[in-house]
Design a protein around this ligand. Structure first.
Ligand code: AMP
Length: 283
């Protein structure tokens, strides 16, 4: 039976008992509207640990003014049903006031100066500070041995790895590949916003990223030209591009290491899509 817990006090009581039994605890943070992408993280958590905590929390501080905080799909009943079917040990569903007890009158934030104002951070100012802050809170509350995140949110993953390293948190971060629809479209709660015709077009983003990766694998080295060509292709299909960049997989700066990442964020009508793929460089 999946336990449903709303408060930090109850969660800590439950986990104190779990720790006494020397169980390895994992955490899968989500904003709910559970889809196959989330389920793959949860199933992996079950393989790697003895006790799985899934959190569902639509975190207000990671939404920038004017974004979709109010519209974000909230489907708690069906989420809990899906999670319970997997026999997850505990689902943590706190209210906003539980995680922001001072109502942000006096707030404490985690910032990641080098990574929070580029790419998604540039277009969503404050977003990653919100993410790093909430993940830090969840890590402190749950104190998991392992935490699992999706590679779909590539920049977010690097930020969480930097949080763990810089703040000496004894948590192993595991990342898992993006789960996609048969069309190649990366699964995302925001795909709910797509109209029928947009849904048909949306897979072109990943096709374009794969083309860029294949050209690189086949020896293309002029990354700026590849970026320009990809943008042109997507613009012709009426995507609005926020960014489309080939960058170093570890720093997100210019490619220096052995692995690069193609990172992209685009708008299709009212829907913002992000996706990425990594590739080895052959220098
Ligand atoms: P979200 O609920 O969108 O905040 O995502 C919660 C976690 O699920 C994050 O670690 C995401 O990276 C991960 N995630 C979201 N979509 C996917 C996907 N399509 N495949 C794998 N993981 C995903």
């Amino acid at each position: 039976m999946t336990k449903k817990i709303k408060t930090i006090v109850d969660l800590r009581d439950e986990l104190t008992e779990t720790r006494k039994l020397k169980k390895k605890i994992s955490l899968v943070p989500t904003m709910g509207n559970i889809h196959e992408g989330h389920l793959s993280l949860i199933k992996n958590a079950q393989k790697q640990s003895d006790y799985v905590v899934v959190s569902i929390f639509v975190n207000p501080t990671q939404f920038v003014a004017g974004e979709d905080f109010n519209e974000y799909p909230r489907t708690l009943d069906s989420d809990i049903e899906l999670i319970s079917k997997l026999n997850v040990n505990l689902v943590f569903i706190p209210d906003v006031i539980e995680l922001y007890p001072m109502n942000n009158k006096i707030s404490t934030e985690v910032s990641i100066p080098e990574l929070e104002s580029i790419y998604c951070g540039k277009h969503r100012p404050g977003h990653f500070r919100g993410v790093a802050t909430i993940v830090s809170k969840l890590f402190n509350i749950v104190q998991p041995d392992i935490a699992i995140f999706g590679e779909k949110d590539y920049q977010q993953l690097l930020i969480i790895r930097s949080l763990v390293k810089n703040h000496f948190l004894p948590i192993e971060i595991i990342s898992l590949p993006t789960v996609r629809e048969a069309s190649g479209l990366a699964m995302s709660s925001r795909n709910n916003y797509l109209t029928e015709s947009e849904r048909k077009k949306a897979p072109m983003l990943y096709e374009c990223i794969k083309t860029t990766v294949n050209l690189i694998i086949n020896g293309a080295k002029d990354y700026e030209k590849l970026e320009r060509e990809a943008k042109l292709f997507l613009e012709e299909a009426e995507f609005k591009i926020e960014y489309y960049n080939i960058c170093d997989s570890e720093t997100l700066g210019p490619v220096q290491g052995k692995i690069l990442v193609v990172l992209a964020a685009v708008w299709l009508g009212k829907t913002r899509l992000i996706d990425n793929a990594t590739a080895h460089t052959y220098d």
